[in-house]
Design a protein around this ligand. Structure first.
Ligand code: NDP
Length: 245
């Protein structure tokens, strides 16, 4: 990857996996748009990273805000080379389908699938016009492995899985690569939010599975995929924890 001049746009940048990806890309010399709805956490990250970042308060479920997001960027951040569609939501997504709430389903699908589509729609035309670009979609192992009690979340990620395949096929004649990352359980805030902020429940959840990744493990995989020569496209990467180490 010729990082020095590359510009990345990362959603869900303020926390967990997105934050780790931003730290890694910044370390590689990228200029980064840090996009998230958590303005305070964004400001902290921007302060930590220093130069070459632009914090962008953005809720990816807000269609108008997403459509206009490039216009809010300084010119030197607009020619995006790397889009990391990472923002994700899972509150209330872990319950039996028949007792789940339709409001929770909407929030999950609106963020994880429609929001990702909107951001891609806003940024992809510029990549196609300039003939450069990598789109990294943060899917999940839940997209392809059935786990009861997480129907809306898994359905949203299955949507991202298929969408990634279709966009990759549609862009096959262009230099743009579409990279889908499918992480297993990773130690981040989303697990606490699944339990509506109950840290103790989140801790027990991690204990039940016994194994989990760290956000930095996923960031390393993203960098590996981006670092391949242009004729190599890592289409899908499954990343699972082990009991070793
Ligand atoms: P975190 O909650 O730590 O980070 C997600 C970030 O995205 C948060 O800052 C969150 O803000 C933000 N966000 C959520 N909704 C929106 C929105 N509508 N607009 C803008 N920003 C938003 O979670 P992770 O780092 O774990 O999640 C990153 C991605 O990885 C997600 O797509 C998730 O589904 C995926 N993933 C995570 C796994 C895990 O086990 N952790 C496993 C597999 C995939 P807020 O705090 O307000 O919600």
């Amino acid at each position: 990857m010729t990082d020095r001049q590359r510009i990345a746009f990362v959603t869900g940048a303020a926390s967990g996996i997105g934050r780790a990806i931003c730290v890694s890309l910044h370390g590689k010399g990228c200029r980064i748009v840090l996009a998230d709805r958590q303005e305070d956490r964004l400001a902290v990250l921007a302060g930590e990273l220093g130069a070459d970042v632009f914090p962008l308060a953005l809720d990816i479920t807000d269609g108008a805000a997403v459509a206009n997001c490039l216009g809010r960027l300084p010119p030197e951040f607009r020619d995006i080379d790397i889009l990391v569609n990472n923002a994700g939501h899972d509150i209330g997504g872990r319950t039996r389908f028949d007792i789940g709430s339709a409001d929770d389903w909407s929030a999950i699908i609106e963020t994880n699938l429609i929001g990702l589509m909107r951001v891609t729609r806003a940024i992809l035309p510029g990549m196609i016009e300039r003939g450069v670009g990598d789109v990294v979609n943060m899917s999940s192992i839940s997209a392809i492995r059935m786990v009861p009690d997480q129907a809306p979340y898994s359905a949203s990620k299955a949507g991202v899985h298929m969408l990634s395949d279709i966009i990759r096929a549609e862009l096959a004649e262009t230099p743009i690569r579409v990279i889908e990352i499918l992480p297993g359980l990773t130690r981040t805030n989303i697990v606490a939010s699944r339990h509506r902020g109950d840290e103790e429940a989140a801790r027990k959840y991690f204990e039940r599975f016994g194994m989990a990744l760290d956000p930095e493990d996923i960031a390393r995989c993203v960098l590996f995929a981006l670092d391949q020569p242009p004729h190599v496209q890592i289409a899908q990467m499954f990343v699972l924890p082990t009991n070793r180490g």
